[in-house]
Design a protein around this ligand. Structure first.
Ligand code: SF4
Ligand code: SF4
Length: 136
């Protein structure tokens, strides 16, 4: 399934100097449209991109960006958990690239930290009872 999403990327000087956007296009076959790009005097980069491509490649591309140290936010998307549906199965724990889920060592229940979420939507598909929801 082809998708198109707008994301906000914040990155450090080290990442500014590497061709991450070209790599995204080449390795994951994603098309990109740069909506805004700036580098602060401290040499931190901000990039607002529209990314288009196949959903599976988009997911891999997001994982790649997170691994390279890029901080990503989605434009206008918010992810929540419907606690009544959640069965604490843990499927989201391993799939989340930012570690937004943690297992409580005492209760063994799964905690969700919305502050760490970059709205990549990987957990939306991975959650068996559809407890994770995305709002636009
Ligand atoms: S995958 Fe869904 S049901 Fe399982 S722990 Fe995560 S939010 Fe809860
Ligand atoms: S959408 Fe889900 S998998 Fe993606 S960062 Fe947020 S909590 Fe993690």
């Amino acid at each position: 399934m082809a998708i198109s999403k707008r994301i906000v990327m914040h990155f450090s000087k080290k990442v500014v100097e590497s061709p991450i956007v070209c790599q995204l296009a080449k390795d994951y076959d994603l098309e990109f449209n740069i909506i805004r790009a700036s580098i602060s005097p401290e040499e931190e980069g901000l990039l607002i991109l529209e990314l288009s491509g196949e959903q599976a490649e988009y997911d891999k591309g997001i994982r790649f960006l997170v691994k390279t140290g890029v901080k990503i936010e989605s434009l206008g998307q918010d992810v929540t958990r419907n606690i009544e549906r959640c069965t604490d199965c843990g499927a989201c724990l391993t799939i989340c690239p930012t570690g937004a889920f943690e297992i409580d060592p005492v209760t063994r229940r799964i905690n969700f930290d919305n502050e760490k979420c970059i709205a990549c939507e990987l957990c939306i598909k991975a959650c068996p009872p559809r407890a994770m929801e995305v709002h636009f």
